[in-house]
Design a protein around this ligand. Structure first.
Ligand code: NAI
Ligand code: SF4
Length: 512
């Protein structure tokens, strides 16, 4: 009997390793030895650790399973997919799964991330093979036509970025994958790398073919040791299979790929800081221009893309740009991987076409707050994203709709707060986070954030409120307009949104 237990860090953090060991031992003792395949997580985090058992009807799930549940489960017929109070039925049929459109995450939770054969058995390398049939310029145009925009947060059209790199003349070009994923409340990059590392390798190799790059780096934060191990092993396997290295899949393409581990600074997720760090220097922001597409790693033209942007590309090449572009809304095409977290009953990964509303995500997928209290605020797009009240649940998940509402989609993190949240504390946290993580290169951010914390503290203590509100607004304006990068430039977004939507917490009728 084949059984599946996620082996990614989300499942391991809630005891999946011990449970999997126990399962193998109990099944063997019962005379029914099992092969436990460690997959990535399906992204239904409230069910972890989840066991899936292969049956003739499909995979039947049980979760969350503690080691002490295993004996009873096996005795009750788990290995035959029998009913049990921890049973959830056919995993693919769960409403949470059925209502998603998993393209980038299609294989995550299903395949063994260490197995190249499993990758092939589930359609792996089809995207790369399709790309190698096309000229670099045609691959670039496919990506342009798909409408794919940077999933790291800024939403810049990926194909247009690649076109710039393709057009640049240089003796060497690079592809760099930004896997620093520093935003609180985001974990999709990690879950993809731990659940389907080969799709990222494939996406990067397609990018290398498209722009004429020979070398690539995946920059992973040190807080992700499991992702580092999974990616490193997958690169080794890909080399053995000739999916990397010289004459990839028998073509003329040569592409070498390396993993580099960051030391744990939020600012190293900013692309130019990441490049500095990759060059072995301290991670501080470079002024733009020049853009990395023209002068990036070691001064050479460089594609810098987020994990999810690159991992979306193989699907575009296999399914066709038009099919990808047919999904979504407005200028936000295709699917996006949203991450539900914070005070939410059902947190995890939701991949759907753009255009789903914020309310559907929080209420329908998330099933409301974990505390059972009313939702007060949702922060979308990481610690630099806006706080939105429940009366903005009608907002579609769409780059432009969010920008119009004074918010941003960012990397797709959705963090829920109930009515006990003090929004003055959340506004303070934004400034404090910026003060802590500022690279120090420019004054509006380095000094502004510290003054911001002090000013919000005075407002919270009720000191000279009119003057301090004015000062805070002044600071926000200065940081927005005068900062060198998005760290200082976006910190005012959560502060202003807290003031605008939750003025009562600040003791005023309306402000901001
Ligand atoms: P940006 O708008 O300056 O640039 C976006 C991308 O487009 C960059 O790669 C840039 O080099 C490229 N680009 C711009 N013009 C181009 C052109 N003409 N040709 C080719 N490429 C061009 O935004 P930035 O500063 O890179 O990113 C800011 C965003 O990062 C924020 O909106 C935020 O959502 C996100 N962010 C994400 C985090 C995460 O953990 N994923 C953490 C913090 C922020
Ligand atoms: Fe550094 Fe902040 Fe200036 Fe960005 S805004 S360059 S993080 S000091």
């Amino acid at each position: 009997v084949q059984v599946y237990v996620p082996g990614d860090s989300a499942a391991r953090s809630v005891g999946a390793d011990l449970m999997a060991e126990r399962l193998a031992a109990v099944a063997a003792a019962a005379g029914r030895p099992v092969q436990v395949v460690r997959t990535g997580s399906r992204g239904m985090l409230w069910l972890e650790p989840l066991i899936e058992v292969e049956t003739s009807a499909g995979r039947v799930g049980y979760g969350p399973v503690a080691p002490e549940d295993v004996d009873g489960l096996v005795a009750a017929g788990l290995l035959d997919g029998a009913a049990h109070e921890l049973g959830v039925g056919l995993v693919e049929e769960l409403p949470w799964m059925r209502r998603q459109q998993r393209l980038t995450f299609a294989r995550v939770g299903i395949v063994d991330p260490r197995s190249a054969d499993d990758h092939l058995a589930h359609g792996g390398t089809a995207g790369l093979r399709a790309a190698l049939e096309l000229s670099p310029a045609d691959v670039v145009e496919q990506v342009v036509e798909s409408g794919l925009r940077g999933r790291g947060g800024a939403g810049f059209p990926t194909g247009v970025k690649w076109r710039t790199v393709l057009g640049a003349q240089a003796d060497q070009k690079f592809v760099c994958c930004n896997a620093d994923e520093g935003d609180s409340g985001t974990f999709a990059d990690r879950m993809l790398m731990e659940g389907d590392p080969f799709i990222l390798i494939e996406g990067m190799t397609i990018a290398a073919h498209a722009v004429g790059a020979t070398e690539g780096y995946i920059y992973i934060r040190s807080e992700y040791p499991d992702a580092v191990a999974t990616m490193t092993a997958a690169i080794e396997t890909a080399r053995e299979r000739r999916w990397l290295g010289e004459r990839i899949l028998g073509s003329e393409l040569t592409f070498e790929l390396h993993v580099r581990v960051g030391a744990g600074a939020y600012i190293c997720g900013e692309e130019t800081s990441m490049l500095e760090s990759l060059e072995g220097k301290r991670g501080t922001v470079r002024p733009k221009p020049p853009i990395p597409a023209l002068a990036g790693l070691f001064g050479k033209p460089t594609v810098v893309n987020n994990v999810l942007s690159l991992a979306s590309v193989p699907t575009i090449l296999t399914g066709g740009a038009a099919a990808y572009a047919a999904l979504g809304t407005g200028r936000s095409r295709g699917t996006s991987v949203f991450q539900l977290g914070g005070n939410v009953r059902r947190g995890g990964i939701v991949e759907t076409a753009f255009g789903i509303t914020l309310g559907e995500l929080v209420e329908s997928f998330g099933d409301g707050t974990a505390s059972g209290r009313p939702v007060k605020a949702v922060q979308v797009g990481g610690p630099l994203g806006a706080y939105l009240p429940a009366d903005r649940f009608d907002l579609p998940m769409d780059y432009e709709a969010f920008a119009e509402a004074g918010a941003m989609l960012g990397h797709g993190g959705v963090v829920v707060f109930d009515d006990t949240a003090d929004m003055t504390a959340m506004a303070r946290f934004a400034m404090e986070f910026c003060a802590e993580e500022s690279c120090g290169k420019c004054t509006p951010c380095r000094v502004g954030a510290v003054r911001g914390v002090e000013t919000i503290d005075r407002i919270r203590r009720g000191e000279d409120r009119a003057a301090n509100f004015e000062l805070l607004e002044d600071l926000c304006e200065l940081m927005t307009d005068g900062s060198l990068c998005a760290m200082g430039g976006l910190t005012p977004m959560p502060v202003r949104s807290a003031l605008r939507h939750f003025a009562k917490d600040f003791g005023v009728e309306a402000a901001g």
